[in-house]
Design a protein around this ligand. Sequence first.
Ligand code: GDP
Ligand code: MG
Length: 664
Amino acid sequence: MPSSKKNKASDSSKNLQMVISDGKGEAAASAVTGSAIAASYNDQIRPLLDAVDRLRHLKVTQEGIQLPTIVVVGDQSSGKSSVLESLAGISLPRGQGICTRVPLVMRLQDDPSADSPVLQLEHINGRVVTTTEANIAGSGKGISDAPITLVVRKRGVPDLTLVDLPGITRVPVKGQPDDIYDQIAKIIKDYISPKESIILNVLSATVDFPTCESIRMSQQVDRTGERTLAVVTKVDKSPEGLLEKVTMDDVNIGLGYVCVRNRIGDETYDQARVEEEKLFKYHHLLSKIEKSMVGIPVLAQRLMQIQATIIAKCLPGIVKQINDRLSRSSTELNQMPPDLVSVADAVREFIRIVKQVCSSLEKILVRGEFDEFPDDCHFHGTARIAEMLNAYAKKLPVEVPGRGGLFLMEEVRVLEETKGVNLPNFLPRSAFQRVVLVPQNLLSYTHDLVNEVWEYVEDLVSKVVLQHADNFPQVQSSCRRAVQMLMEKARARSAQHIEELMEMELVADFTANPEYMKTWYEIMESHEKFMDAVVDTSKSTLLNLVGFGEVDVSHLRVNSELAGQAFDLSARVTAYWKIIVLRLIDGLALHVLRGVKRLVESELERELSDELLGNKLAGVERMLMPSPGSGTKRERLKKSIVLLRQSKEVVANIMDRISASGEI
Ligand code: GDP
Ligand code: MG
């Protein structure tokens, strides 16, 4: 595949290249996967692996996209490094350095043209580091979660990418931080939790598997073991009972066990393979283990197969995630305000914001169009205000307040007090007014309603303003102040209006509403029946009257003349009360609606402009100040978009290839 080679070369051109000739690994390099079948298999899987590696290189994981990964975990000294070296066929840097203190992404690449193995080591931030171990994880004995990448190109290695994690240490060694265990555990958990990760659990044959820390951890994230493969090392040291251990499977290893013997002492890697083969062939216990479960070559094959499967399974999802994130980031960037460089820019932006605010508010508070907030009922302004008005109408007393006590006695008392030199059936206005006096409770209901409406409107207006001024935290307090002042004014105006309404009710008793006469007639139709009951002592004093219900008239018999007038007075008051209540509801509703409309259509704009354009544009000038959030946000979005576009290209290429060859 010349093309993929070319890419690889350019990818890594900035990397330090180093030829390792340890004299051990290079001889018969094809021992592991040298067969023609393996080679063609590698040809097919390599483009996929390249794509995933390039995505990893692009750091898509920072965008929250998980890549299919084989993660190597194991307790300290379980033989992790040895397994990786056996797979690579060479010795890798050891000790306090890589492999043990930072996650190491190890990419093995079969390269028939590599006469001797080539190692490239690269820190994830692009910084190329030397292989002297001490530098790699920084100084000291701490742990770092920034992975480094080691590319091993060598003839005959299996095409595999593995992530080697720091070994699990229970007890910190001298100089290590006290919480070293927690640090390592967190790194391991981060790597093995995603369902895209395959867990390669390295277990030493010398220990009891259920007591392994690495088993405990992998079981936490993969309880059924469906993505866990076990490698059992040091089989030469502890062959007794191994067959039972791997066939009993006490620890739920879903993908199975592969037993291996790593290099011992000064052996070359080729010698080690030969010894391993002999061991599993002739050892009286180990030879009983099925051949499909033993040896580094088997492990290499299993891993390549698992890798191909998981990559094929994950790629479509990755494509989708890249596309989703790309469109989300692009939208977000588009919604960001343009760079403001002059006062004119700022004023223009300010006017744009005000227009948007007013148009949003007009929709939700005046026109009742909720397309901007389809699911958030709180923002359905016209509906919520209508609700408040209806609730208010229901709360107002339909009965004339202050009634109670004996039937019509209050009216009789008032008539006695206001009797002047009048015709006997003349009702003095003052009598009427004393009964109708708009009671205090009506006033408090009214204030409650107005306050509720304005409180709601203030909340809505603030939210909409702040939402549109989201990118300019520098001016948000000014906006908030403008809204508050505006609402103060609106409240004051409403209080004034209510006062006027009440005053008007007291100035005169008037209505052109025919409802008044209608109600009065309806009640007065019972006048005769009422008078009969009062005057005619043979009749019952209990009767049912329209507008009054069940009443007792016995106490009125002593003053039958005033009783007739009191009945009339009460009929008028009842009829008029109904009119007052309706007038109040209607008047207030229209007042409130007009107030909202005025606010949205002109006052808000004026108030915001006064606040931000006044004082020689001091307010909008603040919009030019770099806001802490938006600059970095823009940068972040731009970076993320570049990265996602590149990733998209990477996966598009590979998906094209896949569909062209009809594979997977
Ligand atoms: P790590 O801490 O998990 O990376 O473990 P290492 O790979 O450093 O191995 C720990 C020790 O076990 C080293 O001394 C290795 O040589 C030894 N070792 C690893 N695998 C085998 C094996 O299969 N057989 C024998 N006899 N020793 C092994
Ligand atoms: Mg190690």
